[in-house]
Design a binder for this molecule. Structure first.
Ligand code: UDP
Ligand code: MG
Length: 308
């Protein structure tokens, strides 16, 4: 039996060897279970020595593989490339920064042996994260689960062990806008959730600033919900009713009190409000159109520069 470990790396030269050491502490467990391991580092267009660090490991240990992108395509693309190349009967993906502890592997595997198709992890605390980020992250998950039929678990990490069957299901989704957290929920299968406290990254800095996370959340929403599109219809109806009510009120007021509405300030406010709402709705439509545009172009999700 082969276990493939996928590790997306973007500027992680310090973490690459650390991760290797940490993963290989599981060697007795691999032997006990009769597992061969292959380790696929996907270098997502790093500008530091990540590729060189992986090459050094590859020279020492033939089980280490490298896929190097021609530029930074993003973590989702890196994960997809890893899945495309993983030959394992079981596949696990982990971050390079050791926030996903490899020491959890034996426990995860024991659940697979009990019959689960995939074992996922979620962090129960957000210790060490800026409070404002945690607040918006929670808000995102709440909103997402309201407007999407696909279950997306709050605090879920991308750290997952799965069987070949699940991997094939994921690979059958060949969309360009890949929101992995949603894809996992969408494919279904029996999933066991393990929980652990947040662990701070070993070396280096997070690659996701607030703005990047915001854009990522928009990707997630457009990829797994069409509810925002319905908002414009609802708003249209609401505004029609408001307009009718206002017209009636004005007519009655004018007939009873001979008091027509004075001045243009009220008019300006209404025009501003309504045009604001219209632009907002067109914006939502635009988001979906943009995603469709990218999807229709059928560009490759990533381009490989080098492979070992
Ligand atoms: N990553 C990547 N491409 C990117 C950004 C990040 O492959 O464009 C990798 C990164 O090297 C790490 C993992 O994705 O292994 C998670 O990134 P990070 O630790 O920065 O995210 P956080 O844990 O802060 O959410
Ligand atoms: Mg991290």
């Amino acid at each position: 039996m082969l276990l493939s470990v996928i590790v997306p790396c973007y500027n992680e030269e310090e973490n690459v060897p650390l991760f290797y050491e940490e993963l290989m502490k599981n060697e007795p467990f691999f032997e006990k279970e009769g597992l061969e391991a292959e380790l696929i580092y996907v270098d997502d267009g790093s500008k530091d020595g990540t590729a060189a660090a992986v090459k050094a490991l590859h020279e020492r240990d033939g089980r280490v593989h490298l896929v190097s992108f021609s530029r930074n395509f993003g973590k989702e693309a890196a994960i997809y490339a890893g899945f495309c190349r993983a030959k394992g009967d079981y596949v696990v993906m982990m971050d390079a920064d050791l926030q996903d502890p490899p020491s959890l592997l034996p426990e995860m595997f024991s659940w697979i042996k009990k019959g689960y198709d995939s074992v996922a992890t979620r962090r129960v605390t957000r210790k060490g994260e800026p409070p404002i980020r945690s607040f918006f992250a929670r808000l995102f998950y709440k909103l997402m689960n309201r407007i999407s039929k696909t279950e997306i678990v709050d605090g879920a990490r991308d750290y997952r062990l799965m069987t070949r069957q699940v991997v094939d299901a994921i690979l059958s989704m060949c969309e360009y806008n890949r929101f992995t957290k949603g894809i996992f929920g969408w494919v279904g299968f029996e999933t066991k959730w393990l929980e652990y406290e947040n662990i701070e990254r070993a070396k280096g800095e997070t690659k996701f600033n607030f703005w990047k996370l915001f854009l990522y959340s928009i990707d997630g929403i457009t990829a797994f919900s069409t509810v925002p599109l319905a908002i414009s219809s609802v708003m249209g109806v609401v505004f029609c009713f408001a307009a009718f009510a206002a017209i009636l009120a004005l007519i009655v007021k004018n007939l009873l009190f001979h008091d027509p509405v004075a001045g243009w300030p009220s008019l300006v406010c209404i025009i501003l409000l309504v045009s604001g709402v219209q632009l907002f709705c067109i914006g939502i439509l635009g988001q979906y159109l943009a995603k469709t545009y990218m999807e229709v172009k059928k560009r490759p999700v990533y381009l490989v520069k080098e492979e070992l």
